[in-house]
Design a protein around this ligand. Structure first.
Ligand SMILES: [Zn+2]
Ligand SMILES: [Zn+2]
Length: 255
């Protein structure tokens, strides 16, 4: 199983998970045209995608879903709550899934789980290929037992580190936005994410990527040492997903 990102952050998100002949685009927060351009950097044609899997309806996750799905006739997987927020003319491409039931798309098993975030029916995912387990968690305001249960013993983890609490508090966001971002239905701060890493089993981890960093209220220089400390590893091992470039293909290997 391999994975990559074409961009991560509040200006757009899209992650690729690939196994055998199956390639999933998880979220499409960029315009269809921009998505196609960025996919080319990773040697992927949008028409080669197997499906778009949507986490929730916020614009930074669905901006390009409608046009990309219609143009390339791509199946779109979403919860009923999320699907209800997508444009009506994309409905014919949508397959609804339950947050509590595992399903397969081609060679990839997709295990959704519900998360606390201020959207209709947001979910995040664990992806399996029969050998490896890859966990994705962004856009979540607080850690629940269900999240810990799903993300334990992953081989790769793509984990939100949205903001540094002090930078957010001292920054120039309006009060209501500070409240929203830091709230129980907002986004994970660095310490929340590091605590999750300390709590779950990370003994199998081959890759750790910090995702959805705020450009205003966070810095890789804060995230990397914090994650390294939580994982008792070298800072150079921590990958930071970039807003403009995401990160290049990573591969899960045996042994
Ligand atoms: Zn987001
Ligand atoms: Zn969101």
């Amino acid at each position: 199983m391999r994975f990559a990102s074409i961009g991560s952050g509040s200006r757009g998100n899209a992650t690729l998970i690939s196994q055998g002949k199956t390639t999933l685009l998880v979220d499409c927060g960029f315009s269809a045209r921009e998505t196609e351009k960025r996919l080319q950097r990773l040697n992927i044609n949008a028409s080669d995608l197997s499906a778009i899997v949507v986490t929730h309806e916020h614009a930074d996750h669905i901006n390009g879903v409608r046009v990309l799905a219609r143009k390339h006739k791509l199946p779109v997987f979403a919860t009923a709550g999320t699907a209800g927020c997508l444009a009506a003319d994309v409905a014919e491409y949508v397959t609804e899934f339950s947050c509590h039931e595992t399903f397969n798309i081609g060679d990839i098993e997709v295990q959704p789980f519900p998360v606390p975030h201020d959207a209709r029916e947001p979910s995040q995912f664990v992806f399996h290929n029969g050998q490896h387990k890859l966990g994705l968690l962004t856009d979540v305001g607080s850690i629940t037992p269900i999240i810990e249960e799903h993300l334990t013993a992953c081989d790769a983890l793509l984990l939100e580190a949205n903001h540094d609490r002090a930078m957010l508090d001292d920054g120039d966001y309006p009060e209501h936005l500070k409240y929203r971002v830091s709230g129980r239905l907002g986004h994970l701060n660095n310490v929340q994410s590091a605590k999750l890493l300390e709590k779950i089993d990370t003994s199998r981890l081959q890759h750790i990527v910090a995702m959805h960093l705020s450009e205003k209220n966070n810095s890789p220089n804060i995230v990397s040492p914090l994650f390294a400390q939580a994982l008792e590893c070298d800072q150079s091992w921590i990958t930071i997903a970039q807003q403009d470039t995401g990160f290049d293909w990573r591969e899960l290997t045996n042994g």
